[in-house]
Design a protein around this ligand. Sequence first.
Ligand code: ARG
Length: 462
Amino acid sequence: MSLWGGRFTGETDEHFAAFNASFRFDRRLIFADLRACVVHAAALGRAGVLQPTEVEAIVEGLKKIEEMVVEPGFLDRPEFAATEDVHSFIEARLVELIGQTGYKLHTARSRNDQVAVATRLFLRDEIEQIDATMRDAQRALVELAERYADDPIPGYTHLQKAQPILFAHFLLAYFQMLARDRERMAQVKKRVNVLPLGSGALAGTNFPVDREWMAAELGFDGVTRNSLDAVSDRDYVIEFVNAAAMTMMHLSRLAEDLIIYSTQEFGFIKLGDAISTGSSLMPQKKNPDSLELIRGKAARVFGHLTALLTLVKGLPLAYNKDLQEDKEALFDTINTLTASLRVTATVLGNIELDRERARQAAIADYTNATDLADYLVRKGLEFRKAHEVIGRIVLSAIEQGKQLHELTLTECRQFSPLFEQDLFDAIRLENSLAGKNQAGGTSPDQVKKELAKAKADMGIQD
Ligand code: ARG
């Protein structure tokens, strides 16, 4: 029996029926929907709308459906092929199991508040799992940072060598990004975790269902305050995809950095076989496909975000069927984000730093020029002037094909009488690093502190 029989005399066109159907994908909501159904039935009983025996029959039926659908392949049975959506599927099975009483479950409810409650419940639980996966990725960053706690690499701006940093400092930058991403997700979860059930199709319901009670039963933090809003907005889905897009953006940047560092030209890191691929043609190749795919999949999630914003922007209140299109974007975002986080953690566990090469690269190409300028500042010169002096020294060094430490004191003094023998100390890599000793800087002391804090956050023992 279709959900809207009475008013219709004609049959639904078969192409339109297929077009309209969402069971193929919204079956993923079935456990969340069943849970909400159980609580809705109980609320109808508490309101005196259903007899206790009816509630019992319905709840038992729902539990049976839950047992049936865990059986692998059950939902793919050919007899369910024409099912419209997960909601009509549940009602049809319920009536098969318990008879006409099954039709009473839809009292005081519309599929509009039903789909909203199922989606919110589902998403709330998914966010909890995603948080654990984000944490695993953070943990992998911390473990790698710990393995190479004292090793320098060059830091870049404009992808030009800038100043030496610790590899651990670089990794902990991404740790911070993921920490904010987790915070963002936790905030999204708070707004997802609100009960829309009891909003009916758009106006509320004539039956005195206790919404606060249903919210408490389902672990929601509260109830929606406006029925039109509750059935028609999808900001909680969009917000989630936005937070996911932000994380994908961060993972993509990390991927890009690691791809660059693993090239022959940079050669700072080696990627393990487990996360690399070869070429079908060139026998010597080892490609960072894992990282390239993470970078690529970010685009996919950004696309979902744009699709969802566009989906909702022109919709009049309240529910419109356009909203059914939210689901594939949401589900694919969850899948893509989860997989990308997992692969990121795996890649981080399969990285080796070429310590010596990274160190040489950190020293070369005048990455200590700023330290030499700061040296002159400490000797009393204005920074702008010191910058100018060192700029001219660098130019001269480039012309001679020398690094700064290869210049003599006499040569340096031609540019400024403030130079003394201790200039060579000031530009040593160790001192350059140790000097950046304010909170958040790359000095070994600061990085050690941040690493210890990160480890404590991750519950890693010393
Ligand atoms: N499958 C629908 C969706 O995902 C459920 C709600 C249908 N409501 C309606 N009035 N047709 O949006």
